[in-house]
Design a protein around this ligand. Structure first.
Ligand code: TXA
Ligand code: MG
Length: 338
């Protein structure tokens, strides 16, 4: 299959690919998504094939506004409208009770569905032109870091999808926050662009699913099925060193072996001369770190590094999402200096 490269001006062509049951790479503000018509079970099945995604891992539906919630969801709690008002369009996915019209292949048979209204203007234009909810996981091969620009997505999907739209680099860089509104208190299933502090400010109490901060044991089942898989992982094993930036930088310098790579805050890059170094961003700039984290992890797959050491921000604000992605890339292999 030849993958058509489209631009922001080709909205109609992009929508036509969705309408005929094709697969489309779509820019969003979080990461690039692998989209298909969410009401077309056959098209959705092709998403799983292209990604090599396990069948038990449900997809989220992307809609143009909160008004579409009633089409696909029922028993919608007020909290959903509160959150939509504050954070949509934007990097927030809500888990709600689904209506039967949502195909089983989208929800992996669950009685709930993830709903998100993205903010990227090109993405919004494509969804509006298509006139259907767009089912879209992140556009990576299953297990790899999510793509935050068109080139990264083509690395995984060239020849496997009908088209891809270049919407520039993603402004958030980590996937949407997922909150489950089918239980009380609401539960954070995946940290992302909307922070836990913002959710608590809007809703009051919000629980945090254990899968956000630690490895699931045998027999434990995270509420977001996707959180159980080793994920975001480069080929070389990753060790996260957690704690004060200067202390973790020194720790890595002391333990770094020949042929091993480093992910570090910009200020410390000079400590690791002679090694492959990927910069996360300035220590104090978590928004930059969120934009860079997946690209940094991906970059090592073009090198021969045998192991990767990574610094990590604290868990405040979007730091919770960044540390979650790094910890998952490391299989929660963490050295804690705090
Ligand atoms: O930012 C994003 O959310 C991106 C862009 C493309 O919108 N999409 C994305 O999709 O990250 P994906 O499929 O890579 O991650 C969705 C996560 C998975 O961990 C999945 O298990 C979980 O959401 N999920 C989907 N539906 C669910 C449901 N009904 N209940 C619980 N978890 C669900
Ligand atoms: Mg994903």
């Amino acid at each position: 299959m030849k993958t058509e490269k489209l631009t922001a001006a080709d909205v109609e062509q992009a929508a036509a690919i969705l309408a005929r049951g094709g697969l489309l790479g779509i820019p969003t503000e979080t990461v690039y998504g692998l989209g298909a018509n969410g009401l077309d079970p056959e098209a959705v099945a092709h998403i799983f094939e292209a990604k090599g995604r396990p069948q038990d891992n449900p997809l989220i539906l992307h809609v143009p506004s909160a008004e579409w919630l009633e089409r696909y969801c029922q028993h919608i709690p007020n909290a959903a409208y509160t959150l939509a008002e504050r954070f949509w369009p934007g990097p927030l996915t809500m888990i709600l009770e689904r209506k039967p019209v949502v195909p089983d292949v989208v929800t992996a048979g669950l009685d709930t569905v993830g709903m998100r209204c993205p903010a990227h203007p090109v993405c919004r234009a494509i969804i509006a032109a298509a006139g259907v909810p767009v089912a879209a996981p992140s556009g990576n091969t299953s297990g790899r870091p999510s793509p935050t620009n068109m080139a990264d997505m083509l690395e995984d999907m060239e020849g496997k999808i009908d088209g891809i739209v270049d919407g520039g680099p993603c402004s958030v860089g980590v996937e949407s926050t997922i909150i489950d509104l089918t239980e009380q208190p609401p539960r954070l299933l995946r940290p992302g662009g909307v922070t836990l502090e913002e959710l608590r400010d809007a809703l009051g109490e919000v629980a945090v699913d254990p899968a956000v901060t630690r490895l699931m044991g045998a027999g434990e089942h995270p509420r977001a099925p996707g959180m159980k898989y080793r994920h975001y992982a480069p080929k070389a094993p990753v060790t996260v060193v957690k704690g004060d930036a200067a202390a973790t930088a020194a720790y890595i310098q002391a333990h770094l072996g020949e042929g091993e790579g480093v992910v570090c805050f910009d200020e410390y890059a000079d400590l690791y001369a002679g090694h492959t170094v990927e910069k996360l961003g300035p220590t104090a700039d978590k928004a930059a770190q969120a934009r860079n984290v997946f690209d940094a992890l991906r970059a090592f797959d073009d090198t021969n590094v045998t192991a990767i050491w990574s610094q990590c921000p604290d868990e405040g604000g979007i730091g919770l999402a960044i540390s979650n992605r790094l910890n998952k890339a490391a299989g929660f292999h963490i050295i804690d200096l705090t």
